[in-house]
Write a protein that binds this ligand. Structure first.
Ligand code: PLP
Length: 391
């Protein structure tokens, strides 16, 4: 349970992708032979599918390989070495920084660490990052070059940004002219209860505010088709896309278009994706419900923990008493349960309260999950008791 991995039954739903291309099926609807080199930024029909998921135009979409995280990494690498739209490379501007809402996604923090980008934390509220803090920091410090955002069903809180938060982000007046918003939309279509959350489109809002090139939107099929063989995408202004295509022309001779074609054949269009996601939601929902029920039964009367109960995404964010997260996780490990390491949801692995634990319920079977969560609750209680005895 250390990562948000789809369970095998979810992956089985896409089994037809193995056989959906016949031997003679390799020409896209616009006449591209997908077996060969070319079409650097991906098949137009696949862009149309992403456009339908992200509510943008296909001309604002660039396709990547199987991982959106690689696209984020690559964009930052490009800005570090060559600058944003030909401005001075970030790596020649001193100790640059990113805003990191916390708790957040550990791999965003690892990318910053890798590029020696200092991480400036801001707290999360139920409606998204603390925007007073974000505005104060971004509008006063020209070394702040980026901000991570997971706007829908954030990792790990499961929070969805309010319309006001989205508009305040779009209306930022950054001190750095080469500031970028990394809008990681990994979970935008992954609701398992209620309707799909609708928030203002960051591209449109940034156009209105006169910041059209500031946002970079990322997503992928990792949690829709196969995590190891998906298609990823980014959406940004058409002019940003032109800059990115220049780099792609040096970097690659073309993506895996047969995999894109497989996705086109299997899902058909964005509507087909939404239909498939209903089946995935039916598998995921009982897992989240099981975890919440076990927490309610075992912990709700004790006042030693709190947790989120999200309507989508891949995580439950659990908070122990201060100083108890690492101990809880190590007790679980002794009992054979691997959880996300303590501190992982904070930059540098440092949760100042040693309290937050990311629960990822999707991979185990329902039976395994039940057993694991019952043991987890015992570990939470032991760690809390030890802390209270010490105090
Ligand atoms: N972004 C967030 C917020 C995630 O939680 C994850 C995976 O857990 C990813 C990105 C990874 O996406 P991909 O598989 O497309 O690289």
């Amino acid at each position: 349970m250390s990562r948000g991995k789809p369970g095998p039954e979810q992956l089985d739903l896409a089994a037809g992708m193995h056989t959906c291309l016949a031997e003679n099926d390799y020409i896209s609807s616009d006449g591209v032979d997908c077996r060969n080199y070319g079409v650097l930024d991906g098949l137009y029909e696949m862009k149309e599918i992403f456009a339908g998921l992200l509510d943008v135009s296909p001309d604002e979409v660039i396709l990547g390989g199987n991982s959106s995280l690689s696209m984020m990494f690559d964009n930052i690498a490009s800005n570090a070495s060559h600058g944003v739209r030909d401005s001075i490379p970030w790596q020649r501007q001193g100790d640059i920084k990113f805003i990191c809402p916390v708790p957040g996604y550990d791999r965003h923090f690892s990318i910053c660490d890798y590029f020696h980008i200092k991480m400036v934390t801001v707290g999360m509220t139920p409606g998204g990052p603390d925007m007073d803090a974000v505005e104060r920091l971004v509008e006063s410090d020209p070394l702040i070059k980026g901000m991570w955002c997971v706007p829908i069903f954030s990792n790990p809180d499961g929070c969805t940004y309010s319309d006001d938060t989205v508009r305040r982000i779009a209306n930022l007046k950054p001190a750095a002219h080469d500031f970028r918003i990394y809008w990681d939309n990994a979970y935008s279509v992954h609701h398992f209860r209620g309707d799909r959350p609708e928030i203002p489109c960051i591209l449109r809002e940034c156009e209105k505010s006169g910041n059209p090139h500031m946002p970079l939107v990322f997503t992928s099929f990792s949690k829709i088709s196969f995590s190891g063989a998906a298609v990823s995408a980014m959406a940004t202004s058409k002019s940003n896309c032109d800059f990115i295509r220049k780099r792609l022309a040096v970097q690659s001779v073309g993506p895996d278009k047969l995999n894109q074609l497989r996705h086109i054949r299997f899902f058909g269009n964005a509507e087909g994706v939404f239909k498939h996601l209903v089946k995935i939601a039916d598998i995921i929902r009982p897992k989240f419900e099981t975890v919440i029920q076990i927490f309610n039964e075992n912990l709700s009367h004790l006042e030693i923990a709190n947790w989120t109960d999200p309507s989508g995404g891949y995580f439950i964010s659990f908070n122990t008493l201060p100083g108890c997260a690492a101990k809880t996780i190590s007790l679980c490990k002794e009992a054979g349960i691997t959880l996300t390491p303590a501190g992982a949801t904070y930059p540098y692995g440092n949760d100042p309260n040693d309290s937050n634990i990311r629960i990822a319920p999707t991979y185990p079977s329902l039976g395994e999950l039940k057993q694991a969560m019952e043991i987890f609750c015992v570990a939470v209680r032991i760690a809390a008791l030890e802390k209270q005895i010490q105090a």
